[in-house]
Design a protein around this ligand. Structure first.
Ligand SMILES: [Zn+2]
Length: 340
């Protein structure tokens, strides 16, 4: 008797578990259904809103197509849409620019005026020029750089740092890793990445050492003046930065040379072949690449590397960008289109 009763309890227990399972499952399904329905409803409403917005858009009067209006509504501020209307900007003058990957709405008026001055220039080059400020001559329209950005601080011919600026985590570079001089320093983050790269290169049979890492504002004053007095300012500007504009002041940049030394032209060394292919994996970029002199304002420098972190370095490497282009879109304007 006793045994039988125990079995009944057991069956009851199993039954209850199944019942609870079924109820929970049912509740889950009903909930899912309600959420989906809500979502669908929301999407439908949004579509309706978008269609209404397109229908009543003032751009209709300027013969913008529905697709064009959608592109404009998705990318331009209301103020800028009004600007298009008030200035009767034709769709063919603005749509190709907005469609460019690195379009930054803040620069709308600059894109339009630069295009007007350069009607035959391709749209990607219009966006590139305005984003990197090369629509202005070098060393004009200079802004104070945001010194709080660490590895993303941009110093070039349009962005400058104050006299006192330097990375706040500068540490000494061991003499094992640099060629001559003493008291060499780099940002700790950059130095650690350098050591990782250095060791992997060594293991693969390639050698290099640091030639010039962090340089203070004052050091740069002396250096630039020396070059300018020998070669003249115009020439010196192609290879040396004016004080406050040098990447070396950040503590996130350095020059290297092959070691053992084989060639005064680093780009012709075996070491360079390895470094140029692998640096991005450690967070470094070739800062002044060949063919981008018109953006960076410097001659091609196979020896100058800049630490920007692995994610940014990979993006820059994969998309063949300069730091100027990356900085403006991803750092300063915080990736407005959520590009991956
Ligand atoms: Zn350098």
């Amino acid at each position: 008797m006793k045994k039988k009763r125990r079995i009944n309890y057991f069956r009851l227990f199993i039954f209850l578990i199944i019942l609870i399972g079924l109820i929970a499952g049912g509740v889950f399904l009903v909930k899912e259904f309600i959420i989906k329905k809500d979502d669908n409803h929301f999407i439908q409403e949004q579509k309706k809103d978008n269609n209404n917005e397109i229908k009543k858009s003032p751009l209709k009067d300027l013969n913008y197509s529905d697709d064009d209006i959608k592109i404009i509504n998705d990318s331009l501020s209301e103020e800028h849409i009004n600007y298009l209307v008030e200035n009767k900007i034709k769709s063919e003058d603005i749509i190709p620019i907005v469609k460019e990957t690195y379009y930054i709405d803040y620069y709308l008026k600059d894109y339009l005026s630069y295009k007007k001055e350069n009607p035959s220039k391709e749209n990607n080059l219009i966006v590139q020029a305005v984003n990197t400020h090369i629509n202005y001559p070098f060393y004009t329209h200079i802004e104070d750089t945001d010194e709080s950005l660490g590895k993303f601080v941009l110093l070039n011919k349009y962005y400058k740092a104050s006299e006192s600026y330097k990375a706040n985590d500068l540490i000494a570079v061991s003499s094992e890793y640099h060629l001559y001089g003493s008291n060499f320093e780099l940002s700790k983050e950059c130095y650690e990445a350098f050591l990782e790269m250095y060791n992997d290169a060594k293991e693969a049979g390639y050698g290099f050492k640091i030639n010039s890492p962090y340089r203070s504002y004052q050091t740069q004053v002396g250096l630039y003046n020396k070059y300018a007095s020998t070669d003249g300012k115009e020439m010196a500007d192609t290879y040396s930065a004016r004080a406050g504009h040098s990447e070396h002041q950040t503590g996130y940049a350095f020059d290297i040379r092959d070691f053992p030394y084989t060639n005064p032209d680093y780009s012709k060394t075996k070491s360079f072949t390895w470094v140029s292919k692998n640096a991005y994996k450690y967070g470094f970029i070739l800062r002044f690449p060949k063919g981008k002199e018109y953006i960076t304002g410097y001659q091609y420098e196979s020896w100058h590397y800049r630490y920007v972190g692995k994610e940014a370095a990979k993006y820059i490497y994969d998309h063949d960008l300069t730091f100027e282009e990356y900085y403006e879109y991803f750092v300063k304007f915080k990736n407005p289109r959520n590009l991956k």
